[in-house]
Design a protein. Structure first.
Length: 458
């Protein structure tokens, strides 16, 4: 079920937002130029992010996977592969029931699933970093090598932030200093060569843009225009767990008698405080916290005697998935606050209520594993149905792909007038060139942005 949800429909919608077509264009240009060190966007160096996502897109491009699948499939594979690793890790440490519950929660969570289907850097960072963090709980030299390699990949995915997030793990190595030395050496061996090469080739341009602007200024300055209040990540984190959010109440103090769970609990608070202290906040930044929370909830679900109502409430919330998804196209175009209220589909509400009732019945019969599987399968079916409706709607209203397919010949010579950044980057990705902003009197042809719509004047 998870495989279907993760991999079905990856090319049903064109590139979305600003970042996805921009990162995809950089990866494609890397494949075409053969320069695997300096990322370029339309011929100019681009130092906003490290190269891991670009490398994966470039490799997939060379395999001729297509304009949407080449950027997205590597991300989906990373997200799904971590879920599989997560199951095996939790099963070896906490047993089969906890592994089943934790994996259902993480794999079916709105945050992990949504970011696994778009070609941005959040899942490559989260999958590699969280795997390294979990392996840090396990002693052994071979495990330390794997931990260091994964941490190095995380540094190649999104810069120096993984090192800050990994800092509390030093406590785990206080009595295994040789293991810590191996972790750091392997991390440096994996990430160091690219950082050294790109600095030698580009000098201060790379250091100023990548280190100063996109690390220190992103944390302290208002210039990047993503300023949010301190409490921003609390509702984002709860929404990221949807529809399993009600199960958060199962996390109790006695759960932290286990040293590994205590560390993960402390680390979660540390990471939440760190991200909340940053001036600039985006929802994807908080993604690395989801596996730790899913593990805590899964172990709690496997250990407490009675859960009934939180699990049934999670089943009930499944009925809201199609309703919530109906506002996504509008929200992405004009903002959630300006979107029309969702239209309630009572059939889905009834289906959620039915699943909740069956879930309660199974719980009363002490068949908790069956109840969780019921919720997970119901969620999977609902998500597949929702994706079949949502993705074509996003393709029509948010992505520039359909407009490009209708007007491809004219776009080769067109200019842009009042076109928003998302649509501009999308058009440029599909045309494979910079489309200039219109200047002078009545240039023809031109693409005019009218609200969320694009119009071609030729």
């Amino acid at each position: 079920m998870l495989a279907l949800v993760y991999f079905w429909g990856l090319s049903k919608a064109g590139m979305l937002s600003t970042d996805e077509p921009r990162y995809a264009a950089i990866g494609r240009e890397m494949a075409q130029s053969g320069d695997w060190v300096t990322p370029h966007l339309w011929g100019s160096p681009w130092f906003e992010k490290p190269p891991l996502l670009y490398w994966s897109t470039a490799i997939a491009t060379k395999l001729s996977l297509g304009t949407e699948l080449a950027p997205r499939l590597p991300v989906a594979l990373a997200g799904y592969a971590f879920v599989a690793f997560f199951y095996l890790f939790v099963r070896s440490r906490f047993g089969e029931p906890a592994a089943l519950f934790s994996t259902a929660i993480l794999g079916g969570s709105a945050g992990w699933l949504a970011y696994s289907t778009v070609a941005v850097t959040d899942i490559p960072l989260s999958a590699t970093f969280c795997a390294a963090l979990l392996l840090a709980l396990v002693p052994g030299r071979r495990v330390a090598v794997a931990t260091g390699v994964l941490l190095g990949l995380a540094v190649l995915a999104k810069g120096l932030v993984p090192l800050v997030l990994f800092f509390p793990a030093v406590w785990l190595y206080r009595r295994r200093i040789p293991d810590l030395a191996i972790v750091l050496a392997c991390c440096l061996a994996v990430a160091g060569p690219w950082y050294a090469l790109v600095t030698l080739r580009n000098g201060h341009a790379f250091v100023d843009e990548f280190i100063w602007k996109h690390h220190f200024q992103r944390f302290t300055s208002d210039a990047l225009q993503h300023v949010r209040p301190m409490w921003f990540y609390l509702p984002v984190l709860l929404a990221g767990l949807f529809p399993w959010t009600p199960l958060v109440v199962l996390i109790r103090p006695r759960l932290f008698e286990d040293a590994a769970l205590k560390f993960l609990g402390v680390w979660t608070i540390y990471a939440l405080v760190f991200f909340s202290a940053s001036r600039n906040k985006l929802p994807g930044y908080i993604l690395p916290l989801l596996p730790a929370l899913a593990l805590l909830i899964g172990v709690a679900l496997a250990s407490v005697r009675k859960t009934r109502y939180p699990l049934a409430l999670a089943a009930l919330l499944i009925g809201l998935v199609p309703i919530a998804a109906s506002v996504v196209p509008q929200a992405l175009v004009i903002g959630l606050s300006k979107s029309r209220p969702p239209s309630f589909d009572w059939l889905w509400i009834f289906a959620g209520a039915f699943a909740a009732g069956v879930c309660l019945l199974l719980e009363f019969q002490d068949r908790r594993a069956d109840a969780v599987i019921l919720v997970a399968v119901a969620l999977g079916i609902t998500l597949l149905r929702t994706k079949s409706i949502l993705l074509p709607a996003l393709d029509r209203t948010v992505s520039a792909r359909q407009f490009y397919l209708r007007h491809a010949p004219a776009l080769e010579k067109a200019c842009l007038q009042d076109v928003n950044r998302d649509q501009a980057y999308g058009l440029q990705y599909y045309t494979g060139r910079i489309i200039p902003v219109c200047s002078g009197e009545n240039p023809i042809p031109r693409v005019v942005g009218v609200g969320s719509r694009l119009i071609l004047l030729d």
